[in-house]
Write a protein of this length. Structure first.
Length: 461
């Protein structure tokens, strides 16, 4: 009787980079020098780096080949048109502006659209998105479904917008105060959770009813399309590229951090349906980024991005990528470690409140767990909790979100499943001694906005 073949990666490894396994004593010294901020660690002080999946993936041979034939002309380079054609073919937009990364795309677009006093509803705005909104003295309102805040719920589309919450916002404020509705695909802050195509259609219909445009924050759009294919029955026979085109029919514009699903180390863009809005944003792109046909990117990077958009929307690649995340989730679940369920697209989100039950919220629970994981095994994650939530921009009072999560973002085509087993074992060691962790950290320095990047902490006394 023949046996079912085990699942394996859809690629083979051509080049390796050595990584250093440090001692706990070394890590204790390094994290103290870093002021207990994981962002401040040097890369060589980290064994397995799960801080982000942004720009940390391994490019393919085809991408490296495209890099070598980049056209670096200041205006009208071949590389720009390769990139522009890829955006048109895969996403369906005629107008596109390259930027150096996703937050730059937000800066350009929001400079045109967001003004003092505006209201921006959406699903769990990520840190830079909320930062750009609040920097302009506007307000982000989270309309994510309640299931997203119950980590034990098995809801398949926890990234969805709650249509009642959204319509309450649209009814309350005049449309002149709402520049757009933002749909983040996948919803990073809620745990890398997808938005269903039905929800996308429903949001679009509601937006049209109230005359409000829809913006997709699209950093992980391909992963979202994968989940639509495997979890939304009516789309199971469509290809990823067909689903992507269907998704983006319902968005008026999009921002993209290409460092995620386009699998490049640097780059981003904005795409538009409206030529008028494109032309208005060209002014800000030239001011902040560069000329409209390079916008902060080199020609070689635009070439790699064009190839990455194609590779990143291939089912076999996505299946390999997401099954590795699921593999880590299964290991953690086997140890009883509480995580956002079901596994998301790009990361595991450990429920730090459940992981460290004896830690007060004022001690920054998820950050404490992140430091414990680094000390245990040299693994770096990132806090998605009170530090990232920041202070209220008006009252300056700390905001404590419903969830305290430690995000373990898995770089694309970078680590093996052996590394996943190390991560799981390290978290299990912490889980076994969770009752003894009763003190966390306090802030000794913070920036006025997006403090988590540069915050300095000290152990709570």
């Amino acid at each position: 009787m023949s046996m079912e073949l085990p699942f394996a990666e859809s690629y083979k490894i051509k080049m390796v980079e050595n990584i250093y396994r440090s001692t706990r004593k070394e890590r204790e010294a390094w994290i103290a020098t870093a002021k207990y901020n994981l962002f401040n660690l040097r890369s060589e002080q980290v064994y397995i780096d799960l801080l982000t999946d942004s720009g940390t993936g391994a490019m393919s041979d085809q991408q490296w080949g495209a890099l070598m034939v980049g056209d670096e002309s200041y205006a009208g380079s071949r590389s720009y048109y390769n990139f522009k054609n890829a955006v048109k073919n895969i996403l369906g937009y005629d107008y596109v502006l390259p930027t150096h990364q996703g937050r730059a795309a937000e800066n350009v677009l929001f400079s045109q659209l967001v003004k003092n006093g505006d209201i921006v509803p959406g699903n769990s705005h990520f840190d830079t998105t909320k930062g750009h909104i609040e920097f302009r003295k506007a307000t982000a309102i989270d309309c994510t479904v309640d299931e997203a805040f119950d980590t034990m719920s098995e809801c398949k589309f926890k990234g969805n917008l709650d249509l009642t919450k959204l319509e309450d916002v649209l009814k309350k404020y005049p449309k002149e105060k709402i520049p757009f509705i933002i749909v983040t695909v996948t919803n990073n802050t809620a745990g890398g959770q997808p938005v269903s195509l039905q929800n996308i259609k429903d949001v679009s219909a509601l937006a049209k009813k109230y005359g409000i445009p829809v913006l997709f924050d699209s950093a992980r759009f391909a992963e979202n399309a994968y989940f639509i294919k495997v979890r939304e029955e009516q789309y199971k026979d469509m290809s990823i590229k067909e689903i992507v085109l269907e998704m983006f029919k319902y968005a008026d514009m999009m921002t993209m951090s290409s460092k995620k699903d386009a699998i490049v180390n640097m780059g981003g863009f904005i795409a538009f349906r409206s030529q008028e809005l494109y032309r208005a944003c060209c002014v800000f792109n030239i001011m902040f980024e560069g000329y409209v046909t390079y916008g902060g990117m080199s020609g070689r990077d635009m070439n790699a991005l064009a190839v990455g958009l194609d590779e990143g929307t291939d089912f076999n690649y996505l299946e390999t990528r997401i099954k590795q995340v699921e593999y880590l989730f299964a290991l953690l679940d086997g140890y009883g470690i509480p995580c956002q369920r079901p596994a998301g697209g790009h990361a595991i989100f450990v429920d730090a409140k459940k992981m460290l039950p004896n830690l007060p919220k004022e001690h920054f629970i998820a950050q404490t767990l992140g430091i414990e994981l680094y000390l245990e095994a040299g693994i770096r994650g990132v806090e998605i909790g009170a530090l990232l939530a920041d202070r209220d921009p008006i009252t300056r009072i700390d905001r404590y979100p419903k969830l305290e999560l430690l995000r373990l973002a898995i770089p694309r085509r970078t680590y093996t499943n052996n590394h996943m087993e190390v991560i799981a074992a390290a978290l299990n060691n912490i889980y076994q001694r969770r009752e003894s962790i009763t003190k966390g950290y306090e802030i000794v320095y913070e920036a006025p906005i997006m403090r988590h990047f540069t915050v300095e902490l000290a152990p709570k006394k």
